[in-house]
Design a protein around this ligand. Structure first.
Ligand SMILES: [Zn+2]
Length: 268
């Protein structure tokens, strides 16, 4: 039986492919990308990972979700080598891209953590499921960013964690209502997670920004993508106006930077 849950998960995760297709359609695909395309997104564990020990096979429905994502991405972006997509038990609530095995892994424990977090703000399980799915989508695109930086040796200045958060948000903000809602829900997860950050537990040396900062950074991109439509985000309980004034420029720069970096690899 599936560990990541409901049929809704399958439907909503397929939004990943829709977001990616819609955004990348706006770039000018280069025919040169075809010659660079030597690998594929594949479903499952990498040969290097499997060589380290036996793995419990993923349930069929989870493989089906990942297959849909892999097929869509294979038509969109060139890869110099194979990249493996999987869900796994990791003994920690995390998701990661492993350069050694070229695997993007989303841990079941992270899905469970998102579920627990969203249950603290609503008792409506359908809403919880939907917000969990939106947050997994953000997580997936975040890890995809790490993967593309690695396999294409993309230049990234500043903190890579912030750069790939920007990629995830820019992809989700494809102009659709679903994309906007998904990005806001993923931002809310950072807000909930930030409640656990106290002076004693905040790691100033960590590679990630603090959850509360990631919450505001995401809100800023959502607002900046369409300030008129998203004016309601600005206010004392949302994005402070001091930051909001910069967000339209921040969004345009984040989108332009990522699209320019990825342009040589977008398939025609
Ligand atoms: Zn990361």
């Amino acid at each position: 039986m599936s560990q990541i849950g409901t049929k809704r998960s399958i439907l909503c995760l397929s939004l990943i492919t829709i977001f990616a297709s819609s955004l990348w359609a706006q770039t000018n695909p280069k025919s040169g990308a075809l010659a660079l395309d030597k690998g594929d997104f594949k479903v499952g564990y990498s040969p290097a990972d499997l060589a380290q020990g036996p793995k419990k096979p993923m349930p069929a429905d989870e493989r089906a979700i990942l297959k849909e994502i892999a097929d869509a991405l294979n038509g969109l972006i060139a890869l110099p080598k194979d990249v493996y997509l999987n869900f796994d038990t990791c003994n920690e609530a995390n998701a990661f891209y492993s350069p050694d095995t070229t695997e993007i892994t989303i841990c079941y424990e992270l899905v469970d953590q998102f579920d627990r977090e969203f249950k603290t703000i609503t008792k409506d399980q359908a809403k919880v499921d939907s917000m969990v799915e939106d947050t997994i989508i953000q997580t997936f695109f975040h890890e995809l960013g790490h993967c593309l930086i690695d396999v294409w040796d993309l230049p990234a200045t500043g903190r890579e964690e912030d750069a790939v958060d920007q990629l995830a948000t820019v992809i989700m903000l494809d102009g659709s209502k679903e994309g906007q809602v998904s990005a806001i829900n993923a931002a809310i997860e950072f807000d909930i997670a930030s409640r656990g950050e106290t002076k004693g537990t905040m790691l100033f040396w960590d590679e990630h920004s603090f959850s509360k900062t990631r919450f505001y950074d995401m809100l800023c991109l959502v607002y900046g993508s369409d300030p008129k439509k998203n004016a309601g985000i600005v206010g004392p309980r949302g994005l402070p106006s001091d930051r909001a004034v910069r967000c339209e420029t921040e969004y345009k720069r984040a989108e332009r930077a990522w699209m320019r970096l990825l342009a040589p690899y977008i398939l025609p």
